[in-house]
Design a protein around this ligand. Structure first.
Ligand SMILES: NC(=O)CC[C@H](N)C(=O)O
Length: 310
C-alpha cells in the first residue's frame, strides 16, 4: 500500500479529530495519581511526524500532558546507550501478561522483571541510568535527550505531578523495595523512586512527542539517531510489551510498535514512515488511552502502515 500524501493525511486527521470529539465514552482518567484525576477527560490530540521534517496535527496538539510510561522508552534508549546489553542481566524481554504495576511475577522470577516497560522493569532501568550519579544529573540527561530528539527546549518536568505520584506511590515503593530485596537495585530505593516519579512527570505535547519519536522511526534526516540495532530492538519491545496485558490487542488492531502511559499518551512508530503521538486522557481497562487506541486503529487502516501490511 502506498502512503497517503501529506494533504490526504491532514484531511484524514482533521476528520478523525471530529469523529473522536463527537464521542461520549472517553474512558476514565487515572485517578490514583491525584494530579491526573483533575484532567478533563474529553480531550484529543494527534500529531504525525514525517521523514521530510513535517509534523501534521489535529485537535489539542499544543496542550502539554503527562507522558508517564511513555518516558520508559526514552530511559531505555539512554540506558542501552550507556551500558548496552548488560541491562538484560537485570531485566527480561518477554511480555508479562499482567498489569503495569503488578508484583506477582517478581517473586516467582526472583526479582528479575519480565520487561523494561512494566513498572518493576522500568524501576530497574531507571536505577541503571542513575548508577553512580545523582537524580538531578540523570533527569538532566533524559531531558537533554528528549529536547534534542524533539528539537524543542520547551520540555519540562511537572513537579506537581511528580510529588502527587510520590505521595500516593505505595505500590511503586513496594516494587522498588521488593527488587532491592533480591539485590536488583544499585541505588537506595528512595532515590530510584524519586527519579522514576520525575521521569514519568515529564510533560509534552503530541507535536513534541511525535518529533522525539523520530529517533525510533529511523528517519535519515532526523536530528538525532540511535544505532539501527538499538532502534529495532526498542521497537520490538514496544510491539510486544508496550501496552502491558493489552499489547496483543494493540498489535492485532494497529500492527505497529506503541508505548502507552496512564496520562493518556501513546507513541506509535511506523518504521521509516512516521512517528505518531496521540493523546486522550481517558483510559480503558488495561490502563491505556481508550480513544487514543481507537484513533491508532483508524490511522493504521487509513495509512496501511501496519508492519504486517504487504
Ligand atoms: N502505565 C503508566 O503510565 C504508569 C506510570 C505511573 N507513573 C506509575 O508508575 O504508576
Amino acid at each position: 500500500m502506498i502512503s497517503p500524501t501529506p494533504e490526504a493525511l491532514q484531511s484524514f486527521l482533521d476528520e478523525l479529530n471530529g469523529t473522536m470529539c463527537d464521542r461520549t465514552d472517553w474512558g476514565r482518567v487515572a485517578d490514583y495519581i491525584p494530579e491526573l484525576a483533575d484532567v478533563p477527560v474529553d480531550q484529543f490530540a494527534i500529531s504525525v511526524a514525517l521523514p521530510d521534517g513535517q509534523v501534521l496535527s489535529a485537535g489539542r496538539n499544543d496542550q502539554p500532558f503527562s507522558i508517564q510510561s511513555v518516558s520508559k522508552v526514552f530511559t531505555l534508549a539512554c540506558v542501552l546507550g550507556r551500558i548496552g546489553d548488560q541491562l538484560w542481566t537485570r531485566v527480561g524481554r518477554e511480555p508479562s501478561g499482567t498489569s503495569f504495576d503488578s508484583i506477582v511475577l517478581l517473586e516467582r522470577e526472583k526479582g528479575r522483571p519480565r520487561n523494561p516497560f512494566i513498572n518493576a522493569g522500568a524501576l530497574v532501568t531507571t536505577d541503571a541510568l542513575l548508577e553512580r550519579r545523582m537524580p538531578r544529573e540523570t533527569l538532566a540527561e533524559l531531558l537533554h535527550f528528549l529536547r534534542g530528539a524533539a528539537e524543542d527546549d520547551d520540555i519540562h518536568i511537572d513537579k506537581a505531578v511528580a510529588l502527587s505520584e510520590k505521595s500516593t506511590g505505595h505500590r511503586n515503593a513496594a516494587l522498588a523495595h521488593y527488587l532491592a530485596s533480591f539485590g536488583n537495585l544499585r541505588n537506595p530505593a528512595e532515590l530510584t523512586l524519586g527519579t522514576y516519579f520525575h521521569q514519568c512527570a515529564i510533560a509534552m505535547t503530541t507535536d513534541q512527542l511525535a518529533r522525539a519519536g523520530r529517533v525510533l522511526a529511523r528517519f535519515p534526516d532526523a536530528p538525532m539517531q540511535l544505532s539501527p540495532q538499538r532502534a529495532r530492538r526498542i521497537n520490538a519491545l514496544m510491539m510486544t510489551c508496550g501496552h502491558y496485558d493489552g499489547s496483543g490487542d494493540f498489535a492485532f488492531r494497529v500492527g505497529l510498535p506503541g508505548k502507552s502511559g496512564v496520562g493518556g499518551g501513546i507513541l506509535i512508530i511506523a518504521p521509516g514512515k512516521a512517528s505518531i503521538a496521540v493523546w486522550s486522557p481517558g483510559l480503558n481497562n488495561y490502563g491505556n488511552s481508550k480513544v487514543g487506541t481507537e484513533a491508532a486503529d483508524h490511522v493504521a487502516r487509513f495509512t496501511g502502515w501496519s508492519v504486517f501490511e504487504g
